[in-house]
Design a protein around this ligand. Structure first.
Ligand code: C2E
Ligand code: SIN
Ligand code: SIN
Ligand code: FE
Ligand code: FE
Length: 353
């Protein structure tokens, strides 16, 4: 246990040290300058302080007030040593959470008894602090477990969505990977990039509410059918809107806005430019690129070059130009992702994570 002694008079400090001589398991650190003592407490952790009240540079109350503001020192035991048994002083000191008092001249037996009590108190404090740390660790692990379950739910939801669509796990995995690439290249934080990637597979979850005759139609949709198809962003957002985690909130925002266009001509709201959530602008590029380069019930797959040209031409009108720019700047990685994640992947374990 570290005991800090502070008195402007070196003789008093020496006397206190002498009176405490032989108390077991104790290291004494002695100060005559309050500022130095405070400085020391910034980097070292005292377990008990014995402070003189009457000091010329700074009185004991001022010291106490500054000391309590230091990180980790809100409850460290502190005994103030006062010459006079002034009630007013004692009250102020107690309000500022001095833990105990000693009257001058200090009596050896009393000093050692009080110090013993205070060190016992400190020991309890330290045990509580250690327990709190264990609890904090447990809470952290529990939160991780919740996050993991969130991700798992998202995977099963996206699997459910796929059962009706002819889109494969490969589509979801590829577009999530493209989206992650764009987010990374835009300089988003690692955490945000992971959210974009993990939320991406839910962008079309609203298609579960679209009738088969439309969703699975072999051929172009007529205007009425397209009008129904265009309800899928709002349906998806409604499905996901109950989520409270950052991941599900991002997924809801993406589901709602992934068919908005940069020039305001998209649906459902006609939002334009930066008013479209960034995650949705990213997903739009990733989704359309993969839709174009994959065969659908209503269309053949396009060559990569043609799809890239399509993005290029749509930069600033259909798509966020910055998202297109970073995507096309990485055309080699894009080609590799497309190649590596060709359509044989459908197992739940291989969905994006
Ligand atoms: P999806 O197949 O996931 O396509 C996503 C988006 O990629 C489309 O949004 C569109 O912007 C782009 N896209 C996909 N294929 C093509 C294409 O051949 N040419 C061009 N220029 N763009 C393409 P969009 O148009 O809002 O469509 C939303 C969803 O509606 C599509 O999702 C798909 O499920 C369905 N859909 C759209 N058009 C047709 C169609 O003619 N027939 C059928 N059966 N479904 C369609
Ligand atoms: C489509 O209807 O197949 C796509 C049209 C578009 O790019 O808006
Ligand atoms: C979002 O709300 O999904 C994206 C946040 C953003 O626009 O930065
Ligand atoms: Fe969609
Ligand atoms: Fe899609």
């Amino acid at each position: 246990m570290n005991i800090l002694l502070l008195d402007d008079d070196p003789t008093n400090v020496a006397l206190l040290a002498h009176l405490l001589d032989g108390v077991p398991n104790v290291v004494l650190t002695e100060f005559t300058d309050p500022m130095r003592a405070l400085e020391w407490c910034r980097t070292e952790q005292p377990d008990l302080l014995l402070i003189d009240y009457m000091m010329p540079q700074m009185d004991g109350l001022q010291f106490l007030s500054l000391f309590r503001q230091l990180p980790g020192q809100a409850t460290t035991p502190l005994i103030m040593i006062t010459a006079a048994a002034e009630t007013a002083l004692r009250n102020s000191a107690l309000q500022m959470s001095a833990t105990d008092f000693l009257a001058k001249p200090v009596n050896r037996a009393e000093l050692r008894a009080r110090v013993g009590n205070m060190l016992a108190l400190r020991k309890n404090q330290l045990e509580l602090i250690a327990q709190a740390e264990v609890l904090a660790e447990q809470v952290k692990n529990a939160s991780k477990e919740i996050e993991r379950r969130d991700l798992e739910s998202i995977r099963y939801l996206s699997l459910a969505a796929q059962c009706r669509d002819e889109e494969t796990g490969g589509h979801l995995l590829r577009m999530a990977t493209y989206a992650h690439l764009i987010a990374t290249e835009l300089g988003l934080s690692e955490e945000e990039c992971a959210i974009v990637r993990d939320a991406a597979p839910l962008h079309d979850i609203g298609k579960v509410g679209i009738p088969d005759r439309i969703l699975l139609k072999r051929g172009r949709l007529d205007d009425d059918e397209m009008a129904i198809m265009r309800t899928h962003p709002a349906l998806g957002a409604a499905i996901l809107s109950g989520g409270t985690s950052p991941l599900l909130r991002a997924a809801a925002s993406i589901a709602l806005s992934h068919h908005e266009r940069y020039d305001g001509s998209g649906y459902p709201s006609g939002t334009r430019g930066e008013d479209i959530p960034l995650y949705a602008r990213i997903i739009s590029v990733a989704d359309v690129f993969d839709a174009l380069t994959t065969a659908r019930p209503y269309k053949q797959a396009w060559e990569l070059e043609r799809a890239m040209l399509f993005l290029q031409e749509g930069a600033g009108s259909h798509f966020d130009p910055l998202c297109v720019e970073v995507f096309l700047k990485n055309r080699e990685s894009v080609g590799q992702i497309c190649q590596r994640l060709r359509d044989e992947i459908t197992a739940v374990d291989e969905l994006p994570h």
